[in-house]
Design a binder for this molecule. Structure first.
Ligand code: CUK
Ligand code: CUA
Length: 622
């Protein structure tokens, strides 16, 4: 395609977007549903008091850096769990532990949540998150809905897609989106082809220690890697990743990365690379074991795919991978088996950068091109062999049969969906119950809050042959992806268990005390309804006096071992607030650099005498 055609294609897509808005803009609820319809829809999502939603939806909060927890089907927001960004509501980023985890960062861009898997099924123990903004990976413990580890990833340029390798969460793989010289060193953009690299981080997670480890990294040509998925069952040794800049464009990607009619899907055999690394076939690059898959026989191949693809998703049975092209209006079904045959026969078209290219016709099983459907992005699955694709430009969800490509149903979304998420939709065993489209544009769905509207989520009942649009719910920016997991698989704790051996913990009022070591003041205190006790033997047990310049540690244990009795801890004028959940011990560390008298108070309403739960920090001038 020449530049002129590309420009008209892009203009055409923009026009298509406008047409889609105007067209679908007419689908108000009144127009499409009678009041009887609305009543039956309302009944499907109404959860009577005393009952609970069937599913958790764990949604990325995009550039808020947070995790949003919703109930499905009610679409009620239940909780924000802070991951990459401080959160005064929970004290995350203020207490010592979370402050150290976040370091100097004050934001993150969390795109793809992934629940840990056992034998290809969500096990509900941990959730992993990628930070595209600042090259990090995080783990949230789903027993306490709290972030327990964050690891910085060297050599990356925005780890866009997080994937899981079955059967037992062996690796959390994070491919870089932007090519960058290794270590982020300076190199002129004129040296893009030689000096810039794509990298995939292969991290492991120790469930007992709750810690990440960077096992190794994979170095690749600078093709700009996008969505990725891991194989399942017979294909579980492989990961597949889309690329969108095989042109090596270094400016104006909108036009320049859309020149080639085909980009590639890269197939990597992680088992072979794991072995190569164990055999010492790697270079040490900025603390990472860097393996080049081109040096390992049979570890990497590429398959051509319609230009500028975005999503790639592996079917629940692990036999196929489906790519969706932003610019090409089709979903392409590729067969793992055909790919393995081609590899075995040595049937390669070509080689690019030392990567064998498998012939498109030999690996492709079918192209699915629903008339007028534009901008397919991502694929989800049900339990009956159907795939569900979001269409960003024509604003709809398309249901089709994976085996035959037959289009079964199409329903509008309001408007412009990115991902959709189906109940248990990434597992070997999807539930086929609900689908939530995560839309980029809300337009006029909700009461206006000014020029920038919330994002919107559409809930569909997908249990029948036809999809039924049930409702739309607003959401803060910006869920890119979500996973919907059955509530039976998540086992949240009611309390932090009492543990007398826990460092810095104090379990009775009488044991609360203060230790001074040089200019450090350690308060071993307790919080209970409705007071703080810092020093049981002091005349005023809820006051602490320090000297200006002292380093102060409040080690607080909440000894109210009662469901949902959380205490907060705010210090007036000191810009500090953290919390202790029932049975939890947390530490606040700061330098008392301002002399004066500072009230301390419980910020989390906890009892009828919550207002009385207060004390003083007294800082004597130097
Ligand atoms: S991406 Cu946002 S719509 Cu980060 Cu999964 Cu496709
Ligand atoms: Cu403790 Cu309010």
């Amino acid at each position: 395609m020449n530049a002129q055609r590309i420009i008209s294609a892009v203009v055409g897509i923009a026009a298509g977007l406008l047409v889609a808005f105007v067209f679908f803009g007419d689908f108000g609820n009144e127009d499409t549903a009678t009041s009887a319809d609305n009543k039956s829809k309302a009944e499907k999502v109404f959860v009577p008091y005393g009952e609970l939603d069937d599913y958790y939806m764990l949604a990325s909060g995009g550039h808020s850096g947070q995790l949003f927890v919703y109930g499905v089907p009610s679409m009620r927001k239940i909780r924000t769990v802070p991951v990459f960004t401080p959160d005064p509501a929970t004290g995350y980023g203020y207490d010592k532990e979370s402050k150290e985890m976040l370091g100097d960062y004050t934001w993150g861009d969390f795109h793809h949540p992934a629940v840990s898997e056992t034998e290809g099924d969500y096990d509900g123990e941990f959730l992993f998150a990628n930070d595209v903004g600042n090259n990090r990976v995080a783990a949230v413990d789903l027993g306490i809905f709290h972030t327990v580890d964050i690891m910085d990833l060297p050599n990356m340029g925005g780890p866009h897609a997080g994937v899981f390798l079955t059967s037992n969460t062996e690796y959390i793989a994070l491919p870089t989106r932007f090519a960058r010289p290794l270590g982020g060193e300076y190199a002129s953009l004129d040296k893009y082809e030689e000096e810039y690299k794509g990298v995939v981080s292969m991290t492991t997670f120790d469930k007992k220690k709750k810690e990440f480890d960077l096992a190794f990294q994979i170095v690749l040509p600078p093709w700009s890697y996008d969505l990725s998925d891991a194989g399942k069952k017979d294909s579980s040794d492989w990961i597949v990743m889309t690329t969108y800049n095989t042109e090596f464009a270094t400016t104006n990607l909108e036009i320049n990365a859309s020149q080639n009619d085909r980009d590639y899907i890269v197939m990597i055999n992680w088992k072979k690379l794991e072995k190569a690394v164990a055999d010492g076939k790697y270079d040490d690059v900025n603390g990472a074991k860097m393996v080049d898959p081109r040096d390992v026989k049979g570890a990497i191949y590429a398959v051509p795919v319609a230009k500028s693809p975005h999503g790639v998703d592996v079917t629940p049975d692990g036999t196929r991978f489906i790519a969706s092209g932003k610019l090409a209006p089709l979903m392409t079904v590729f067969s793992f088996e055909k790919a393995f045959d081609a590899i075995e026969k040595g049937d390669f078209d070509d080689e690019k950068f030392g990567i064998p290219i498998l012939p498109y016709e030999d690996v492709m099983e079918r192209e699915v091109d629903p008339p007028g459907a534009l901008g397919p992005l991502h694929t989800q699955f049900d339990d009956k062999g159907h795939a569900y694709n979001t269409m960003f430009i024509s604003s709809e969800v398309v249901k089709w049969k994976v085996d035959t490509g037959e289009v079964i149903d199409r329903k509008p979304s309001y408007y412009s969906p990115g991902h959709a998420s189906a109940a248990e939709g990434d597992t070997v065993d999807p539930d086929g119950k609900w689908l939530v489209a995560l839309n980029k544009i809300a337009k006029d769905n909700f009461l206006s809050v000014g020029p920038s509207h919330p994002e919107s989520m559409d809930l569909y009942d997908i249990s029948g042959e036809e999809m039924e649009h049930i409702m739309a719910a607003p959401v803060d920016p910006e869920p890119h992806y979500a996973q919907i997991i059955h509530r039976d698989k998540i086992k949240p704790k009611k309390l932090y268990e009492k543990d007398e051996d826990r460092p810095n913990s104090v379990w009775s009022v009488d044991d609360a005390h203060i230790e001074r070591k040089g200019d450090e003041v350690h308060v071993y205190g307790v919080a209970l309804r409705s007071r703080f006790v810092f020093d049981a033997k002091a005349e005023r047990p809820d006051a602490v006096t320090v000297k200006q310049g002292d380093k102060v540690f409040f080690h607080m244990t909440n000894i109210d071992l009662d469901q949902d009795i959380t205490h907060g801890f705010g210090i007036n004028d000191y810009n500090l607030n953290f919390e202790v959940q029932p049975g939890q011990t947390s530490t606040l560390e700061f330098v008392a650099d301002k002399a004066g008298t500072y009230p301390i108070y419980c910020t989390n309403f906890c009892s009828a005498l919550h207002q009385e739960m207060s004390g003083y920090l007294l800082v004597e001038p130097k």
